[in-house]
Ligand binder design. Structure first.
Ligand code: ADP
Ligand code: MG
Length: 696
């Protein structure tokens, strides 16, 4: 590891500015050097007021004509200046005696700010200023991302210091740079340039990051990401897992479940099931993401994997993000597996102490072959006798730490060697290819790209809130045909109380409008037991309309429900809408989804909301929806940095830098094999201070 780290660790941050540097993750010299400006200011020129356009950020030198504190419309310092070509007014809403002193009548000052055409002439609000004179800088002035307590001037100095001290020696192997990109800028050249570009450079090339110096940095960053993921993958491959050999032939559990199922697996299910099966026969831990659109039948694939594990004499755990979903899995799996003689345990935070103790004992003794539950499964009290397979449903709703916790429920073999469980992660939110390539390079991905037969397409209608009566009429018609209906209430994030009131009111409204039909209410604030009772009543058909907030979002499976109404659909995200819509169309009946929107106080819906609803109406394909969602939100938000634990790229942009991603993917394995030292230096340089990445 470089000396810079040692040095920075020994020197404790003392001043608020130093603490702020640490907060920004700028611990080492190289971190400072890699902290790049997000824009530049051109302070190399003085503009004449007469030549400047409104809206332009200008630097002028002018003489103060008048300086006064006025009280209307607000107390402020108003200063009139003249640069010989024109005059303009400066306004300071916050000011100190020092302002008035420097900006006193007759003073010649250098000012910088955005020029606006005001009602009474041109003005600049809160310009920066100093006495005129002094040399103009030679380079563009960088403006860095910063936090409170860390002034630009301090940060600039720190960055330049780091740049001067950091080791920027070459880490790319000779010949690695693609010739088609033209001659490579070295990292040293690129950083020096980007921190202090000469004023001749086109600001556009810097702003859109197409400049060769930026290209070098993007390439380096993506390479570091690919290298580190590959390292993680190889480290994992060096670990050992139980080889899950199960009996073959008609007596095998696996075959017996297949024979008992009321349906045949789709070709896609068979394919991914075989991929999982092959992984489980290896002694390296499986690390597989199983993605498949809502309703594509992932649960049965999980059940078959569990059987392979159990048949080989090991335990399997399945974890789901919500109690409702976990319970649904539990019921379904027990229904499938109990006839095969398999013992399943149930674990959740809300269960009674005695029940929980019994479950823990059965898990610890190995008597429970399958354990299904919520986050409770990863609590430290839960000790498995022989855990060999961990399955995580809706994996994107868990953090990295939680996934790791499940993996670290290590098992001791007879020989005392620690074994790593195999890991199967399932998700109904498909990850577009470039994202998967970039962020999940250490995962194998299996995709169920086909829905079971006999599903009728869901007709999606986008309607204005003003047509609520018609929508209720439609509900009546569905209920008349013996069908069930979901009504999802808006999500008002700022206020759960409002959320609840709205759902309660809607519930009352529908109950009144649909006499003779049982209308139920489900809300995230309800006690778990009550929630479960409400869900069970709906699943059994006892209640026919379910008014709810988004607690039904994931996994719930009631095939008789054929209509879904989403109120204030404009407030939901695209993936969320897709997940919601997936609750219907699970049976053979023709299904529909009505997305009701309201424009609020404005005349029209916002651009983003409109494109989301349009996408929903136009396609039902989860992959296409994910692609559009990515377009609308960008990768950062799409993944949700915290949720996925995927470290986001700072400089590279997956939409425009796919060719660099491809390059890095090809280079990374060769570099690890032939130039391990360079690879190590490269990763440490870029990611050495990021705990999330290096630990992986
Ligand atoms: P998801 O992938 O969203 O988790 P589920 O596993 O809940 O989907 O499956 C949705 C429904 O489809 C369930 O009722 C399941 O039993 C059923 N199903 C799964 N596979 C098939 C199949 N090959 N043919 C018919 N129905 C299937
Ligand atoms: Mg599911």
């Amino acid at each position: 590891m470089s000396n810079a780290v040692a040095a920075s660790q020994s020197s404790r941050p003392t001043s608020p500015a130093q603490k702020a540097l640490q907060k920004l993750g700028l611990a080492r010299d190289i971190d400072l050097a890699l902290h790049l400006p997000f824009r530049y200011e051109d302070e190399t020129r003085i503009t004449r007021l007469a030549d400047a356009r409104d809206g332009e950020t200008v630097q002028i030198e002018a003489r103060v004509l008048r300086s006064e504190v006025v009280l209307r419309p607000r107390r402020q310092l108003k200063v009139e200046v003249d640069d010989g070509s024109d005059t303009c007014v400066l306004r300071f809403l916050n000011f100190y005696p020092a302002h008035q002193k420097t900006l006193s009548e007759g003073a010649l000052v250098r000012l910088r700010g955005e020029l606006r055409g005001g009602f009474l002439g041109r003005e600049i609000v809160h310009p920066s200023f100093k006495l005129a004179g002094g040399e103009l800088p030679q380079a563009l002035t960088p403006v860095y991302p910063t936090v409170a307590q860390l002034p630009q001037a301090y940060l600039r100095k720190a960055v330049l210091g780091g740049l001067g001290r950091a080791d920027l020696s070459e880490t790319l192997p000779a010949g690695a740079w693609p010739a088609a990109q033209g001659p490579a800028w070295t990292l040293q050249q690129a950083l020096t340039f980007l921190h202090q570009p000469s004023p001749q450079v086109s600001l556009a090339e810097l702003d859109d990051r197409s400049h060769p110096a930026w290209q070098r940095l993007k390439a380096e960053e993506l390479l570091a990401q690919q290298l580190s993921q590959l390292q993680a993958r190889r480290a994992r491959d060096a670990m050992r897992s139980p080889v899950l050999k199960s009996a073959v032939g008609a007596s095998g559990l696996h075959e017996r479940l297949m024979a008992a199922l009321p349906f045949r697996l789709t070709a896609a299910q068979q394919r991914v099931e075989a991929q999982v099966g092959a992984d489980l026969l290896r002694e390296q831990p499986m690390h597989r993401l199983l993605q498949g659109d809502v309703g594509s039948g992932k649960t049965v694939v999980a059940a078959l994997a569990a059987l392979r594990c159990i048949e080989a004499g090991w335990q399997c755990a399945l974890m789901a993000p919500t109690e409702i979903l976990a319970e649904q899995h539990f019921r379904k799996l027990v229904g499938w597996l109990e006839p095969l003689g398999i013992v399943t345990a149930w674990l959740t935070g809300s269960q009674k102490a005695a029940e929980r103790r019994a479950a823990l004992a059965a898990i610890a003794s190995g008597q429970a072959q399958l354990v299904v539950g919520t986050h409770a499964v990863i609590e430290s009290k839960v000790q498995f006798a022989r855990l060999a397979l961990a399955i995580i449903d809706e994996q994107h709703r868990f953090g990295v730490a939680q996934r790791l916790a499940l993996r670290s429920k290590m098992t001791q073999t007879e020989s005392g060697q620690a074994l790593e469980p195999h890991l199967l992660m399932m998700s109904a939110t498909p990850i577009p290819r470039t994202l998967a390539m970039s962020y999940y390079a250490d995962l194998d991905v299996s995709t169920i790209d086909e829905l079971p037969p006999g599903r009728s397409p869901i007709v999606t209608k986008v309607v204005n809130q003003s047509r609520r009566e018609e929508v209720i009429e439609r509900i009546r018609a569905q209920l008349g045909e013996g069908r069930q209906v979901y009504w999802v209430c808006p999500l008002i994030e700022e206020s759960e109380a409002l959320d609840l009131r709205n759902a309660t009111e809607t519930h009352a409204e529908l109950a009144a409008a649909l006499p003779g039909h049982a209308v139920a209410l489900l809300h995230s604030r309800m006690p778990t037991l009550e929630k479960k009772a409400v869900m069970a009543a709906f699943a059994s058909g006892q209640t026919v309309v379910l008014v709810s907030t988004t607690v039904i979002e994931v996994g719930v499976d009631v095939p008789n429900a054929s209509l879904m109404v989403v109120e204030h659909a404009e407030r939901f995200g695209l993936s969320q809408l897709h997940q919601l819509r997936g609750r219907v169309g699970r049976g053979a009946a023709a299904s529909a989804c009505v997305l009701m929107y309201s424009t609020g106080d404005g005349p029209r819906l916002g651009e983003t909301a409109r494109s989301r609803l349009k996408a929903m109406a136009e396609t039902q394909d989860g992959f296409e929806i994910a692609r559009r969602d990515l377009d609308i939100r960008g990768p950062g938000e799409f993944l949700g940095a915290r949720q996925s634990g995927a470290p986001l790229l700072r400089f590279a942009d997956l939409a425009t830098d796919v060719q660099w991603l491809q390059w890095a993917r090809e280079l990374a394995p060769r570099m690890l094999d032939r130039h391990p030292q360079l690879a190590h230096r490269h990763v440490m340089r870029w990611l050495g201070s990021r705990s999330d990445f290096v630990k992986a």
